[in-house]
Ligand binder design. Structure first.
Ligand code: MF3
Ligand code: CO
Ligand code: CO
Length: 284
């Protein structure tokens, strides 16, 4: 299989799936607080996706080659867990950080997005990791336009994150997405400018950097899914599903509750009035 190019009709389907995935995170936000278990969050998501959205939680029973079927509807990765954390009876406590990764299928289309949540009051180090990982994702997103290459995205993320003293997980990457959960291409979160596949309008893929406060090495837990940092340092991740448009990018996975987009990624205020003071007039 090669990279699929989405038609305008197909993009419309992806827009709906993407917004729904993001709205699951909006719904969940008020529930992520000390005392809740990740199983309770999973249940809330299942009910919302199935009964309110009329959609399907893509992770449930998902079984790529070499994996046992994933047993839950969402991924909840806490503290030094990097990704694919399986919800269980773990109680979230003050100061924990948790990535919640939602993928829904609506009318056959997949929307895939994740955010970091700080449970109660986070440490300065935890907040810094979460904020800078969010910015790292956007450093990659703003590179998306026709003629750019996948290596430009990876390089932007890597140079930003490593510049802050963090490390990039290499074993997992973003991915093409559409009628299938994981399609070509692989979107690495590290790399060199002007390398790899050239971006073409209609390509659709996720950007989802996993960034560690310590070393980049990871290992898998015995449950066959959960990935953790080897040095047990904190890890953060954010994810959006992004379309290559004729002029740049469109993010599919936005909704009313999406966090504010960093200033460097805001569209330029082309016709905004100048904020410079008007020149003083001098009487002749
Ligand atoms: N949502 C994850 C991603 O961003 C994949 C999770 S696979 C699962 O690609 F089975 F763990 F849900
Ligand atoms: Co993904
Ligand atoms: Co995801």
């Amino acid at each position: 299989m090669s990279i699929t190019i989405k038609t305008p009709d197909e993009v419309a389907g992806m827009r709906i799936a993407g917004r729904l995935a993001s709205e699951v995170l909006d719904m969940l936000t008020a529930h992520v607080k000390p005392g809740v278990t990740t199983d309770q969050l999973d249940k809330l998501c299942y009910e919302h996706i199935v009964n309110v959205q009329g959609a399907i939680p893509a992770p449930l029973n998902y079984a790529p080659p070499g994996y046992i079927p994933y047993p839950k509807s969402i991924c909840t990765s806490v503290n030094h867990q990097v990704c694919h954390g399986i919800p269980n009876d773990r109680v979230l406590k003050n100061g924990d950080i948790v990535n919640i990764d939602i993928t829904v299928i609506k009318d056959g289309w997949h929307g895939d997005t994740s955010r970091m949540f700080i449970v109660g009051e986070g440490s300065i180090a935890a907040k810094r990791l979460c904020t800078l990982t969010y910015e790292a994702m956007w450093k990659g997103i703003v590179k998306v336009k026709p003629g750019a290459r996948l290596g430009d995205i990876g390089h932007a993320i890597q140079s930003f994150a490593e510049g802050q003293g963090f490390s990039i997980v290499r074993e997992f990457c973003g991915h093409g997405i559409g009628r299938k959960f994981h399609e070509e291409p692989q979107v690495l979160h590290y790399g060199r400018p002007n390398t790899l596949e050239e971006l073409v309008p209609g390509m659709m893929f996720t950007i989802e950097p996993m960034i560690n406060a310590g070393r980049r090495e990871i290992r898998e837990l015995g449950d066959g899914w959960t990935i953790v940092t080897k040095d047990r340092s904190l890890s953060a991740q954010w994810e959006h599903t992004v379309l290559v448009t004729d002029t740049g990018y469109e993010v599919m996975t936005l909704s009313a509750g999406s966090p504010e987009i960093p200033a460097f990624a805001q569209p330029a205020a082309a016709s905004a009035p100048s904020t410079a003071p008007a020149p003083a007039t001098i009487a002749p």
